[in-house]
Structures are given as C-alpha cells and as structure tokens.
Ligand binder design. Structure first.
Ligand SMILES: C[S@@+](CC[C@H](N)C(=O)[O-])C[C@H]1O[C@@H](n2cnc3c(N)ncnc32)[C@H](O)[C@@H]1O
Length: 208
C-alpha cells in the first residue's frame, strides 16, 4: 500500500468497503434503504419493463402481485397490461417505498394498483388469490427466500406463474439462476422459461 499512488489507495479502500458490504449483505440481508431508491430507476440490462411484461404474460382482467416493487420501476407497465378490469397488488416491507410508488400512480392517473405493507415471508393474502406474481431484484434481500417462495406458491392459483428477475449490477443480493431454480422447485414451482444470460435474467416458473 505504501508505494501506491493516492488514487490507487482510494480505489483499494473503495474495493475493500464494497467487498465488505457485499459479504455482510449476503450473510445478513437488509432491504434496500429508502434513501437509495433512486438506484432502482437506473435501467438494468434485460430487466427492462418491456421484457418483464413479455415474460409475465399479464392479461387484461387478471389479478397480479408484485413483491418488493420499491418506488415502482416496473409497476406501471404491468398494471397497464392488466387493464381493463385487472389489479396489480404491490407488497413491500417499507411503507415509504409504497408511499413513493402511490404518489407516482396518482400523478399518472393509474387506479388499478393496490398497496399493502408487510414481509414476503408471511403474505396476508388468501390461498390461490393471484394469477401471477413478480419479484425483480428482491428475493436476495429476504432472509428466508424459501419461506417467501412457499408463500408465493400458496397465494398463486394452480396454473399461475411467478417471474423472478435478478442481476448483480448495483445489487449485492444477487441470486444465481441455478440457486433460484432449485429453491423455486423445492417450493413446488416448475421452471418454464428464462430470458437473458446468467448475469441478468428473468425466469418464469409455473404452479402446476
Ligand atoms: C432493490 S429494491 C427493487 C425494487 C424494484 N423491484 C425494482 O427492481 O426496481 C427491493 C425492494 O424489496 C423490498 N423488500 C425487501 N425485503 C422484503 C421483504 N421481506 N418483504 C417485502 N418486500 C421486501 C425492499 O423494501 C425494496 O423496496
């Protein structure tokens, strides 16, 4: 370190801090801080609104659930696809995220988004109550991904689908595809389709 130029020391210190944050977030994950919600508005490769809508196959009149929407990067594109007659329920552990999302909904005149606060490991919805569910860069933030996947399996009707999006870009909680697939299958889902490479993907599972 003694012979490194000043910028090299700063870069090395930054690398150490980043590695520390990544390790601690993987061992003991925490929800994305509200103050960093702006990061979810940065477009991420493959996790685009268009691809999310495409793989979710949302239909007019359906009742869908988005877990961990944050301030709603994907929410409105999905909600629009459910019109007319459909609803998108948004469920987040942070009430402030939901408040920010609902402010955006009001500005856009979107009226088919229904918020509820809570923990994805205990969903406050009846069995078989959704046609589809969506989680983009959320699963890794939940300490107990297996419990969250079991809950999703419970609330999605037979024949319904769940789409999970993951990327390590700007996210220390990245869940690799083989790990996701194993956990989803253990929860009772059947893997159906994946869009994107291993480092930025959307995967669709079906509840048979
Ligand atoms: C990184 S943000 C992703 C936001 C959005 N899905 C996107 O891709 O732009 C993760 C979101 O998941 C929420 N979250 C984390 N743990 C959760 C849990 N146990 N139950 C429900 N939501 C949770 C966080 O509060 C946050 O809003």
């Amino acid at each position: 370190m003694g012979r490194l130029p000043r910028w090299g020391k700063v870069a090395a210190a930054g690398g150490v801090v980043l590695a520390g944050v990544t390790i601690s977030q993987r061992v003991k994950p925490l929800p994305c801080p509200y103050a960093l919600r702006w990061m979810t508005d940065i477009p991420r490769p493959y996790l685009t609104r268009r691809k999310v809508v495409e793989i979710l196959e949302a239909q007019p009149g359906e009742r869908a659930l988005e877990v961990g929407p944050g301030p709603g990067y994907h929410t409105f594109a999905v909600a629009e696809r459910l019109e007319p007659g459909g609803e998108l329920h948004v469920f987040d552990i942070q009430q402030k995220m939901l408040d920010a999302l609902m402010q955006r909904a009001a500005k856009r005149g979107v009226d088919n988004v229904v918020p509820r606060q809570g923990d994805a490991r205990r969903l406050p919805y009846a069995d078989d109550s959704f046609d589809a569910a969506l989680l983009v860069t959320v699963l890794g933030e939940i300490p107990g991904q297996e419990a969250a996947l079991r809950e999703l399996h419970r609330v999605i009707r037979a024949g319904g689908r769940v789409v999970v999006g993951e990327t390590p870009a700007l996210d220390p909680h990245f869940v690799r595809f083989p790990v996701l697939r194993r956990r989803a299958e253990e929860a009772g889902f059947r893997f159906e389709h994946r869009m994107g490479p291993g480092l930025a993907f959307l995967a669709r599972f079906r509840r048979d």
